[in-house]
Design a protein around this ligand. Structure first.
Ligand SMILES: Cc1cc2nc3c(=O)[nH]c(=O)nc-3n(C[C@H](O)[C@H](O)[C@H](O)COP(=O)(O)OP(=O)(O)OC[C@H]3O[C@@H](n4cnc5c(N)ncnc54)[C@H](O)[C@@H]3O)c2cc1C
Length: 304
């Protein structure tokens, strides 16, 4: 399928926003990433179905991007379509007094937490300060301090790679630390059904402030990053191993190992994906030599 045919198909879809050769550094928290052939913001299920079916039939690769907060996108970018949920996927559809909440998968995780708090619904306070969307959080089973989002999910709605709708109940989703069985399954999560906990609004507010304070103190939030680069190995913190291996402050071109939190690589200006990869390699080698531990990536590499 040539670019012209793709463009013609996309044009007749009407109201969706399409950008050609869109630099993905504009859509990742690392501010790193080359262009997407087509970057498309989709605001309703019908357009999304058509897009998925079209790309399935024409064998065009599709990559879903949420807040781009757990990604290292290559300097060459991503071939095919990069889809981003917007419009009807970016709202809370229903909130009930018993704690049931239905939201679009494109809504920012912190917006969900804030709106739930306004309604006296808590449980997700641990996620305050985790960037990205609810869809991305579910895929990664985002969490903090021993709690994670899938504990509060009842079911999800999705579209398959050829645009068919389906539902998966929580019991069918495998979950672990920073992992859900939904990852790499070629499904687009469209809606998330949660069961939150009735709580006192002031109590929720207080714990949100505490979570925000801890993050501000321990993380380099003033610099672009993708959060923790490595998963914590069993029984210890990756940040401690990295720090004790003398990696804090290591620099490669426009990126460096944060002096505040050793498990963060920050973009100090014009950073490139290849520079991040080079730092990752150095960190892994040093930690392996010093502690005999193989660090596993938490961030996802795309387009390499
Ligand atoms: C400063 C900072 C702090 C962080 N702190 C934490 C933390 O405490 N805990 C934690 O768990 N993470 C943390 N992260 C990592 C990241 O924010 C989470 O993993 C987040 O949940 C990713 O969501 P996203 O929308 O940005 O997903 P993206 O990074 O855009 O995508 C992640 C994956 O989800 C897929 N995806 C996204 N949306 C959909 C969808 N609708 N359907 C299907 N697939 C989809 C993508 O294809 C990709 O495979 C942090 C990151 C930063 C930058």
């Amino acid at each position: 399928m040539n670019q012209e045919n793709i463009k013609q198909f996309l044009k007749q879809l009407g109201e969706i926003e399409i950008k050609e050769k869109e630099p993905l550094r504009r859509h990742t928290t690392f501010k790193i990433g080359g262009p997407a052939d087509f970057f498309i913001s989709v605001g309703n299920k019908e357009s999304l179905k058509k897009l998925l079916l079209f790309s399935f039939d024409s064998k065009l690769p599709v990559f879903m991007i949420g807040g781009g907060s757990n990604l290292l996108v290559s300097d060459q970018g991503i071939n095919g379509l990069v889809l981003h949920l917007d419009g009807e996927f970016n709202i809370i559809k229903e909130t009930q007094a018993d704690g049931s909440v239905i939201c679009g998968a494109g809504i920012p995780f912190t917006k969900l937490i804030a709106e739930a708090a306004e309604n006296g619904l808590g449980g997700l306070e641990f996620g305050w300060g985790i960037p990205g969307t609810v869809g991305g959080a579910v895929i990664n089973n985002a969490g903090s301090k021993g709690e994670w989002i899938l504990d509060y999910v009842e079911k999800i709605r999705f579209l398959t790679s050829n645009g068919e709708e389906g539902t998966i109940n929580r019991g069918q989703i495998i979950s672990a630390y920073r992992f859900s069985g939904l990852k790499h399954e070629d499904r687009v999560i469209t809606e998330v059904f949660l069961k939150l906990v009735k709580k006192d609004k002031q109590e929720i507010k207080k714990s949100l402030e505490e979570f925000a304070g801890k993050r501000k103190h321990s993380q380099p939030l003033d610099m672009p990053s993708a959060g923790s680069v490595f998963k914590n190995p069993k029984g210890c913190f990756a940040a401690n191993l990295i720090e004790e291996s003398g990696c804090k402050g290591l620099r490669e071109g426009g990126v460096m190992v944060s002096n505040r939190h050793a498990n963060f690589i920050v973009n100090v200006g014009g950073g490139k994906a290849k520079e991040v990869l080079s730092l990752i390699k150095t960190i892994r080698e040093r930690v392996k030599t010093r502690f005999g531990v193989n660090l596993e990536l938490e961030i996802e590499l795309v387009g390499f």
